[in-house]
Design a protein around this ligand. Structure first.
Ligand code: CP3
Length: 354
């Protein structure tokens, strides 16, 4: 296996010493980059891009050519699993993801197959292998999946949602049916992430984008419980190295102690929670990832640097912080401002690691 030339991302996730704070950006490969739009046009559709390992590899590497990032993230989508469960994923221009079939009844849940990742999601594993080969040890590769709850919101609603009318109707009207759906998803996500790790993913992140839409007891019962189950089923060491696991619940700040106790190495935070206070609350038991508001990139270079400085200071001295945006970079963000952000993290963080 090729030696990693830059492993500060993995080291920070394991709270080992680093020279500077590592940084990557959620959705770092995406429409804010003109070269991404060109490759996507060449592929045809977004899903064609995900399913073509060479082109998926190309867009994964694109942001690394522009910015001094400390990690690459597999180019794919969280909705590949429901697609492999035969729900028929498609994207309508400007409208986000949609499914041809929805999951609303016990019979719908019973009919869902549990995908075999090698057979049904082989294109993802091929992308992971191609990217690892192409990275040649430059930085680690992150694999990922959606959380069962977040995947279920798309499957039950049939696409993106603001109110979650159908899935909350199920949660409060047919909780046993929802639990069976989440159970199937937890099993699917576990084997999917393990297949990504076997294919070469060096860390994995679970995106719980919609956990924050739940009440506290509902979050613990319908989201965190299943992420915890997944964490305990994951391969935690591969190729002689630890495979760190990151849990990211958007708007999950008030549940940080619970999330930190779920067995993952790191917890991702959006910008609504103060990093320093979370570090105190979690007592150094986990690494923290985040948490600049992506819209700071719409401000000035001086404003971006000031915000990076503030966040570094909030975390304070020592390892255990991976800098990131608190959510995905916006498609209208200026790539020059993204560069200011990434460089500022490295420049301003050295003093916290002496
Ligand atoms: O971070 C990366 O660079 C890796 C790629 C990545 C994508 N989606 C590519 C993508 C990752 C990690 C995701 C995760 C994802 N997908 C999440 C969780 C993270 C989050 O944002 O909360 C969610 C909820 C999805 C579902 C999804 N996929 C939505 C809601 C959309 C539409 C978004 C939009 O802005 O229109 C997608 C499509 C998608 N996934 C795009 C990209 C680059 C844009 C599609 C395009 O090129 O047209």
């Amino acid at each position: 296996m090729t030696e990693l030339k830059n492993d500060r991302f993995l080291r920070a996730l394991l709270r080992q010493p680093v020279d500077v704070t590592p940084v990557w950006m959620m959705r770092q490969a995406g429409r804010y980059l003109p070269e991404y739009k060109a490759t996507r046009a060449q592929a045809g559709s977004f899903m064609d891009l995900c399913m073509n390992p060479d082109l998926a590899c190309e867009v994964t590497i694109q942001p690394l050519e522009r910015f001094d990032l400390d990690a690459a993230i597999l180019f794919s989508d969280i909705l590949t699993i429901p697609d492999a469960m035969n729900l028929g994923l498609y994207f309508e221009e400007g409208e986000g993801p949609k499914f041809k079939k929805t999951v609303r009844t016990q019979a719908d849940v019973d009919a869902l197959p549990i995908p075999d990742p090698e057979r049904d999601l082989g294109y993802v594993m091929n992308a992971v292998k191609t990217i690892r080969h192409e990275l040649n040890g430059r930085v680690p590769l992150i694999g990922f999946s959606g959380s069962p709850w977040t995947l279920a919101t798309y499957m039950v609603e049939g696409g993106s949602s603001k109110e979650f009318r159908h899935i909350k109707g199920m949660l409060y009207g047919q909780p046993d049916t929802l639990h069976q759906l989440l159970e199937k998803l937890a099993e699917s996500v576990t084997s999917y992430l393990n297949a990504q790790i076997r294919a070469g993913a060096q860390a994995v992140q679970i995106f719980d984008t919609w956990g924050g839409a739940l009440s506290t007891p509902a979050y613990l019962e319908f989201s965190l419980k299943y992420m915890e189950q997944i964490v305990h089923g994951l391969i935690r060491e591969h190729e002689g190295r630890k495979i760190p696991v990151i849990l990211f619940t958007k708007n999950g700040g008030q549940w940080i102690e619970h999330i930190a106790a779920a067995g993952a190495d790191a917890v991702g935070l959006d910008w609504t929670t103060e990093l320093g206070s979370v570090r105190a609350r979690t007592k150094g038991r986990v690494a923290l990832q985040g948490n600049m508001d992506p819209n700071v990139l719409f401000g000035s270079p001086a404003g971006i640097k000031a915000e990076v400085a503030r966040i570094l200071d909030s975390y304070g001295y020592g390892s255990g912080h991976v800098f990131n945006l608190g959510h995905g970079i916006n498609q209208f963000a200026d790539p020059e401002h993204a560069k200011v952000f990434v460089d500022a993290v490295h420049e301003l963080s050295a003093r916290y690691h002496r």
